[in-house]
Design a protein around this ligand. Sequence first.
Ligand code: PLP
Length: 424
Amino acid sequence: MKSAALFARASKSLVGGVNSPVRAFKSVGGTPVFVKSGAGPHFTSFEGKRYIDFVGSWGPLIFGHARREIVQAASRALDLGSTFGAATVAEVELAEELKEAFPSMDLVRLTSSGTEAVMSALRVARAYTKRDLVIKFAGCYHGHADSLLVAAGSGALTLGAPDSAGVPAAWAKTTITLPYNNLEAVAKAFKKFHGKIAAVIVEPFVGNMGVVLPHDGFLEGLRALTKKNKSLLIFDEVITGFRLCYGGAQTITRIKPDLTTMGKIIGGGLPMGAYGGRKDIMSLVAPLGPVYQAGTLSGNPVAVAAGLATLRLLRKEKPYARLQQITDYLLRGIGEAIEDTRAQVQINSAGSMFTLFFCGGPICDLTMAKRADTKKYAKFFQRMLAQGIYFPPAQFEAAFVSYAHDKKDLDKTIKAARVALRGL
Ligand SMILES: *Cc1c(COP(=O)(O)O)cnc(C)c1O
């Protein structure tokens, strides 16, 4: 009742009552939760109900909410002045950390969001290759830059069409959208648009159509095709960067992209993005080169302090083995509940990110993901929410396990899933 009233009030001043669309619960129905505070794996709504959180602000919170070292680092930085619009030492330290994690990067630029990082990386790729076209994959999300809000054109291998109102058709035509995991389509596009493709951008492990894994050879094939055609390969590691391991998908797969985009975890819960790559490419960015890109709050001291504290904690606590272990434990439990209830659910997972698709498997691209029954997901979501478990309020999203979740949280979640899955 109270939250319904608050949502009505919010909707009078904020567009749709929220500041980012998925928060509005449109695809699951009901009233969005308004959060008051978070601690570890939990947050508390303004009504005082506690939830076990499997969204983690959509990826950044690998240590859960309000981890002490991160909070302290950010507040210490804030005490010393919130922003200068001038160089600071901590930015250098963060850039050095990022380079150490990603040996493919010689030079780095910090931004305030993942969207900005991706938008800028594409500008650099176009400048470097002196070409206009970019290949992306259906279901991969790279932020809301105009030339990326593009759906596949009608018919195979056509230039794209706007996927949002307000995107000029001419800009959408600079993007070719292909099915993920389909190397043959990429090879054909390179043939058809020979000498015109600046870059291929990919989420190496996808989080944004729900979790979808690359087939053996897919990323290797992208590397080979881009190299052969003198295009750049851009790994969008905004989610995967420090989620799958320290150094992201490129460390796991040993594939060296030309450019990498980052965000989420590297800001420790504050606004942050970054892009980087080979020296000859990144040297095109101002002030070294002719590609203009800037930001009043880029490399903001408070965000940098939180990001640095997070990366240092990741190196110190090496959470990845435990994250894998507890995620396996959770998914084994949910898997048994799926079997026992005979619900038709396919679990996809990578490290500590996972998605329960409400359909049969396997799910390897957007067409397969779209078979999922979103009404069933909505029902599952609401039943979990009622039991104090906060899953992503949309089917085509990743859920995240944090280092702060413990066995009690996971057992409670498994038990709740057993109830929520009944009859689905
Ligand atoms: C979240 C995300 C972005 C956009 O980052 P914002 O900080 O939301 O602008 C870009 N790429 C991927 C893969 C993402 O998950």
